[in-house]
Design a protein around this ligand. Structure first.
Ligand code: G
Ligand code: G
Ligand code: MN
Ligand code: NA
Length: 255
């Protein structure tokens, strides 16, 4: 497939971009952190969304160098923003199960990299999908513990769509649950979705986790979530993912 050979060349050709989407504190409406989301500026096909190439990247192993590159970008970005605007700012980076499993085998582990650069770990949050929690390989648990020990926070992405055993949430020492946007999309009209969101929020809080609602697109959804005690929200209602300079101008420079 053409896409694979293009993908192999894309890193060296500097065709990847990192976009940032705000995650907002529901209590005061202030931006709390940002999620880093990769984009591929393809010379012929234009801007390609990650949904179209992340799986290929995982299957070919290219996700390792690409993911390391995203991490490096996010690390530099969060430290620049911390110096310039907000000393407590944080950036979330997605890490697929393939990356976690490979992490031990690569020399450039993210934790060692942080230490070499002498950057504090709490500038970074790693988002993993809940399917990973099913993976009881000792290596996975060890990796997550290593991140936490370095100060890196951990979020469970797309929560509610996978098959995670709830007991793992405590065992794995997670910081945030991100409620998948399928539960948010019909929040105004669907009583079951409302009940599910409320239950997830109560459960998470009892386990000492903070909750981020994904895919918030309307003020009514925001209101329902705030009323249910949700901590943070992310979605087009607040803002789409944008390049770093746009993010800073809109979300950091003003306040
Ligand atoms: O930005 P968009 O909604 O198109 O992202 C689609 C999916 O791609 C999301 O599930 C997101 O987690 C994933 N994704 C985006 N950037 C990265 C990345 O840097 N690494 C990995 N592993 N996944 C990413
Ligand atoms: O799986 P993950 O949570 O990493 O996916 C993040 C993706 O969700 C990003 O690609 C982003 O573009 C997308 N996204 C963010 N906010 C919204 C939203 O309000 N509505 C929809 N439909 N997608 C969103
Ligand atoms: Mn994510
Ligand atoms: Na998600």
């Amino acid at each position: 497939m053409r896409l694979i050979s293009d993908l192999r060349a894309a890193l060296a050709a500097q065709q990847f971009r990192v976009y940032y989407q705000p995650i907002v504190d529901l209590a005061d409406g202030q931006v709390f952190k940002a999620e880093a989301l990769i984009r591929w500026q393809h010379p012929a096909l234009g801007m390609i969304e990650p949904g179209q190439f992340i799986t290929v990247a995982e299957d070919t192993g290219l996700i390792i160098p690409i993911g390391d590159w995203v991490f490096e970008q996010a690390l530099n970005q969060v430290n620049q923003w911390r110096c310039q605007y907000r000393p407590d700012f944080q950036i979330s980076v997605n890490k697929s199960p393939v990356q976690i499993r490979q992490a031990d085998k690569t020399s450039s582990g993210w934790v060692q990299h942080l230490e070499q650069r002498q950057f504090p770990g709490d500038g970074i949050c790693i988002e993993i999908t809940e399917g990973l929690l099913l993976n009881t390989e000792p290596g996975t648990l060890k990796k997550l513990r290593e991140y936490r020990a370095a100060g890196i926070q951990v979020a469970i992405d797309d929560f509610g769509t996978g098959y995670s055993s709830l007991t793992y949430l405590k065992k794995f020492n997670i910081d945030y649950l991100k409620i998948d946007r399928v539960f948010i999309a019909h929040l105004e009209t669907d009583a079951n979705d409302q009940a599910l969101c409320e239950a997830i929020i109560v459960m998470a809080h009892k386990l000492g986790l903070k909750v981020i609602a994904e895919g918030v697109e309307t003020d009514e959804q925001r209101r329902i979530l705030q009323h249910a005690g949700c901590d943070y929200a992310q979605g087009f209602f607040y803002g789409r993912p944008v390049p770093a300079d746009e993010f800073a101008a809109r979300w950091l420079a003003a306040g």
